[in-house]
Design a protein around this ligand. Structure first.
Ligand code: CO
Length: 511
């Protein structure tokens, strides 16, 4: 038997709808999802936390509590970016420990912990905190292809994660280009050499995902990730019903009921219809080009809007050719948040400026200095000389350079909200400026429902009236939270796209 982790409440809508599904669309079918018999339901983490506060003006903790109240038997799962938690920089250990403890207390049963560089040191604190909280830790291997990402290297990483206390391993194919053969080989090697259950996470971007999941299941994977069909395919996971149907009646049967899944699919088709103006056709399509350039869907749409902003969209093929070169210069990082943005933006600079590394972004400088962690392979020496001049890179674990942050965050949030609890302090610690805008909007009664009616324009005007107070913190890799989020960028691009769509629809109606 192979288990299914259902992603419709997290990665499914993160991949297709820029994470915009509201809690009110999740709660009516929470009990029904619970009754299916999934191995777990992925409901939290990744971009959900940021988008809840930034765009939906919802409390992400409240979403978790409300889901937990209704989902009593299926384990709830979240995606955690190691030392980055659900943010875009390294946080101090005390914030990581408190965040994990609070998330476990409020309902997360399984934590999928990954690091964009596959640097085990960036996952150690989180995995230990998960174990301390009594939850299940899924140590994650980001799948990528390069001269240094060999089977023995992946197995060695699996062993490091097991040594930290991981209960199981996840192979995370965020780009959606892991072929069935290597997937099966990797599952078998990890099962044999590390001995932990292995689960597989893919995206359908290149069209391989269903084949890859079946091959992984055949090779002994304990579970695969899938999304109910309305939120499956394209940039999302393969369809749950397809995997269930493919394995039905055989030795690997999931034992999930296809007609119960069909009822849920009908419900979520309605939800998708509600968000239709946000849907980007590209995110629904199969793009075998990924097999060549390996640029994940979310990163590709960011690149496109960045190039459009600079009126250089015709340079997209050059940028796609430059990305593998920048990635090689940086020691072959897997392309996933935040490395996908670091590599992508530098590649755009290299192409648009007409000279490689004439402008070097702060993120690339921090990366070269070692502030994100250890790159998989040595960096290009010329680039290192250019960035570091005579200074030495850091070789310690990046979070070792950070002083404890939680007490200051608690004091900061209580200056705004005297009765703030630990959860609110953590929201504030992760996204200080976004949290302040969220509070300000909530306090004057701008609830999600009012906002939904009033539209984006009023929100923009309101934001302009409440300038965010600058919050200083320890030296940070990846910048703060003000407008730098790739997902925020993605969201804006989608919203602009949706306005164009609505305008186009109106024009059609008038004709
Ligand atoms: Co994913």
């Amino acid at each position: 038997m192979v288990g299914i982790t259902e992603t419709v409440l997290r990665d499914g809508h993160q991949s297709l709808l820029a994470t915009r599904m509201r809690t009110k669309f999740m709660l009516p079918v929470a009990e029904q999802l619970d009754a299916i018999g999934y191995r777990s339901l992925e409901v939290w983490g990744g971009a959900t936390f940021d988008v809840c506060l930034r765009f939906l003006h919802e409390d992400p903790w409240e979403r978790l509590r409300e889901l937990k109240r209704r989902i009593r038997s299926t384990p709830l799962q979240m995606l955690l970016r190691g030392q980055n938690l659900v943010g875009y920089r390294h946080y101090a250990d005390d914030v990581v420990e408190r965040f994990v403890a609070e998330a476990a207390r409020q309902g997360v049963d399984i934590f999928r912990v990954f690091d964009a560089l596959n640097d085990p040191r960036n996952m150690a604190t989180a995995i230990r905190a998960v174990k301390k909280a009594g939850a299940r830790a899924q140590g994650t291997i980001c799948y990528t292809e390069s001269p240094v990402h060999t089977l023995p290297a992946f197995v060695a990483l699996g062993k490091s994660l097991a040594a930290f206390g991981a209960d199981e391993l996840c192979i995370k194919d965020m780009g959606g280009f892991m072929p069935p053969g290597p997937a099966a080989e990797l599952v078998r090697a990890l099962r044999k050499e590390v001995g932990l259950p292995v689960v597989v996470h893919t995206h359908s971007s290149s069209g391989l995902s269903t084949l890859t999941c079946l091959a992984a299941a055949d090779a002994g994977a304990a579970a695969v990730d899938a999304a109910l069909s309305p939120f499956a395919g394209g940039a999302s996971q393969p369809p749950t019903e397809t995997i269930v149907g493919a394995l039905r009646g055989g030795p690997l049967a999931t034992n999930l009921d296809l007609s119960a899944l069909a009822e849920l699919a009908t419900y979520f088709r309605g939800v998708l219809e509600h968000y239709r103006p946000l849907l980007d056709l590209r995110s629904l399509q199969t793009d075998p080009g990924i097999l060549l350039h390996q640029v994940p869907g979310g990163m590709l749409s960011n690149l496109i809007s960045q190039l459009k902003d600079q009126e250089a969209i015709d340079r997209l093929p050059d940028v796609l050719a430059e990305i593998p070169r920048v990635r090689a210069d940086l020691g072959y990082p897997p392309l996933v948040t935040p490395t996908s943005q670091i590599v992508g933006i530098q590649a755009v600079f290299n192409v648009v400026a007409g000279e490689r590394y004439r402008t070097i972004t702060q993120e690339v400088r921090d990366y070269v200095r070692g502030l994100y962690g250890q790159a998989p392979a040595p960096l290009d020496p010329a680039l290192v000389r250019k960035v570091l001049a005579d200074s030495a890179p850091i070789t310690v674990r990046p979070a070792d350079l950070l002083k404890p942050e939680f007490a200051a965050a608690l004091a900061g949030v209580r200056a705004l909200v005297p009765a703030a609890d630990d959860a609110e302090a953590l929201s504030y610690a992760l996204f200080p400026q976004v949290y302040q805008r969220y509070r300000a909007a909530r306090d004057v009664g701008l609830t999600p429902e009012v906002l939904a009616c009033a539209g984006v324009g009023i929100l923009g005007a309101f934001r302009a009236r409440t300038p965010a107070r600058a919050v200083t913190g320890p030296s940070r890799a990846g910048g703060g939270d003000a407008g730098v989020s790739a997902w925020a960028h993605e969201g804006r691009a989608r919203l602009q796209g949706s306005r164009r769509w609505v305008d186009a629809a109106r024009t059609r109606d008038r004709r």
